[in-house]
Write a protein that binds this ligand. Structure first.
Ligand code: COA
Length: 186
């Protein structure tokens, strides 16, 4: 059993997050452990406060669907903190305002855990907390949607632990390809 909280990115956990990045925390969460580049790390460390500001913005994601249609949607990032050690263990993003059309291609929720903290239940607990947060802050949302690469058994395990059962296979296009899309009622 892990004890966690979700917080807005802040300077308090910057060093801990940097350690996670050096340890291999991925930049792009499509199931491959791709790394932050040296330039990205330099930019963060040169101006940590600006980095934290950008982490806190509702970032506008641009996306091209397989049929060429362009979408934008808003994404909010939360850091996952272990409340026993006060360390950053990973991140979970929510896209609360995502339009139903866009759900054909992507999900409302994404997550990643630093390599040394995996398989301890952090991601499953963070999804559970984010579902509580969504119920509280976005009462109009009736479900969360999580899209998982077909070979990403770790992420699929997280979905199943949170009640995701049946999935559809959809072509998420740009950067993702075919994904399993799970809908979890709130
Ligand atoms: C996917 C990821 C977030 C899982 O985080 P985690 O904290 O290790 O997940 P949990 O400990 O909550 O695991 C929940 C369940 O998933 C399954 N699972 C997790 N890791 C697994 C692995 N390496 N092998 C097999 N099953 C695994 C298990 O069923 C596990 O439950 P159990 O430990 O009781 O058997 C993590 O592996 C990661 O950051 N991967 C890279 C980024 C990524 O793929 N993000 C998801 C994009 S959709």
């Amino acid at each position: 059993m892990v004890n966690i909280k979700l917080v807005d990115p802040s300077m308090e956990y910057f060093e801990s997050q940097l350690e996670a990045i050096h340890e291999g925390f991925p930049y792009f969460w499509n199931g491959t452990d791709n790394q932050y580049s040296a330039e990205q790390i330099k930019e963060m460390t040169d101006d940590p406060e600006e980095f934290i500001r950008t982490q806190n913005k509702f970032s506008s994601q641009e996306y091209t669907a397989p049929d060429g249609t362009k979408f934008t949607f808003e994404r909010k990032r939360h850091w996952i903190i272990d409340t026993d050690t006060n360390e950053y263990v990973g991140e979970i993003t929510l896209c609360p305002g995502i339009k139903d059309d866009f759900l054909i291609y992507a999900g409302t929720t994404g997550y990643a855990i630093r390599p040394s903290a995996r398989r301890k239940g952090y991601a499953s607990s963070a999804v559970k907390l984010s579902m509580d947060y969504t119920r509280q802050h976005y009462p109009d949302m009736k479900e969360i949607v999580i899209c998982v690469a077909p070979t990403n058994i770790s992420s699929e395990g997280v979905v199943k632990k949170n009640g995701g059962q049946d999935c559809e296979i959809v072509d998420a296009g740009h950067g993702f390809g075919m994904v399993k899309r799970f809908r979890i009622p709130l």
